[in-house]
Design a protein around this ligand. Structure first.
Ligand code: SF4
Ligand code: SF4
Ligand code: SF4
Length: 307
């Protein structure tokens, strides 16, 4: 038993350390400077009417199970919802008019999905490279590589990836992949943007969406807060938001402008550079094995003494 365990760890640990180390290097290929082709969506919360047609479009495009209630059923707004394995995007209602120049509106509606971060923490955290960032910025997932460690779920600052716990045989991580085509890019309008009847979601190049957002803020100074959510949060995101109320009132998280992977990778690289992790892990396991061996020796002596 002791020999098997020792052999198991001696085989597993270098492989795990190597995988984590090589993944740490690989993740640098998927992040960094924004590409010219970088696309995104501008979500204008002052235009959203909560019709949920974006949810329905997403459901169809991704061939997700139909929900128990109709998409036009507004009773769902009684509670705050999160994206999950069967719904990659949700719209939530926040009582109160969207902005100062819309006093007759009763609520603000905010759509949530993967933000397709420019420097994604989920990509950085995945030790086998199951999550990658395409050239146009879509953060996509390969279930054939995924080992189900769910580090991506822990790492995501927006708490987006979900897991198919109900699938006992081949559970996958699920999230919005920006309606990516099989070639690894978004290519066309995402289904949610195409479905929106009020143009509250506009798809396009991120640089042009930033210009559009700034021009709307300039033209409607009373309506919008002079800030674009996602321009700088966690290093910038492909989804950008315009809004007219405090972030905390409409469920948008207040996050720093530094990208989480820059901090975690700096620590990882330092540790691996000096070989500290293998040393620490082997040291700890060596201690555990010595302790177990010692217990066996003591037990053997005691057994001998009793017989
Ligand atoms: S929002 Fe989360 S899941 Fe989406 S790209 Fe960013 S870190 Fe990854
Ligand atoms: S981009 Fe595609 S997958 Fe993502 S929320 Fe919109 S419709 Fe759904
Ligand atoms: S389709 Fe457009 S208006 Fe309707 S809920 Fe979605 S974002 Fe809002």
């Amino acid at each position: 038993m002791g020999i098997n365990r020792r052999r198991f760890f001696s085989l597993l640990l270098p492989a795990a350390a190597l995988a984590a180390c090589s993944r740490s290097e690989a993740s640098e290929d998927n992040s960094g400077p924004v590409q010219d082709e970088q696309v995104g969506c501008l979500a204008d919360t002052t235009l959203c009417i909560g019709c949920r047609q974006c949810e329905e479009g997403c459901n169809r495009r991704n061939e997700l199970p139909r929900p128990d209630t109709l998409f036009r059923d507004r009773l769902v707004f009684r509670e705050q919802r999160r994206p999950g394995p069967n719904n990659f995007t949700v719209v939530n209602e926040f009582p109160g008019p969207p902005s100062r120049d819309q006093p007759k509106k009763q609520a603000t509606y905010v759509k949530t999905q993967c933000m397709h971060c420019l420097d994604p923490a989920c990509v950085s955290a995945c030790i086998v490279g199951a999550l990658t960032r395409a050239r146009d910025g879509a953060v996509i997932y390969n279930p054939d590589i995924c080992i189900g460690c769910r580090y991506c779920m822990i790492a995501c600052p927006f708490q987006i990836p979900s897991y198919e716990y109900s699938d006992a045989l081949a559970p996958k991580v699920r999230k919005c992949e920006f309606c990516a085509d099989p070639a690894g890019g978004t290519g066309a309008d995402p289904a949610c943007a195409a479905a929106c009847p009020t143009e509250a979601i506009v798809f396009g190049k991120r640089s042009e969406l930033l210009q559009l957002a700034r021009s709307r803020i300039e033209r409607h100074r009373v309506r919008y807060i002079d800030r674009i959510y996602g321009e700088n949060e966690v290093g910038g995101t492909s989804w950008l938001y315009l809004y007219g109320r405090d972030l905390s009132d409409i469920g948008l998280l207040s996050l720093p402008s530094s990208a989480p992977p820059r901090t975690t990778e700096a620590i990882q690289h330092t540790i691996f550079k000096y070989g500290a992790i293998p040393f620490l892990v082997y040291g700890t396991l060596g201690g555990i094995m010595w302790h177990n061996h010692r217990k066996q020796q003591v037990a053997a002596v005691e057994d001998g003494g009793e017989s």
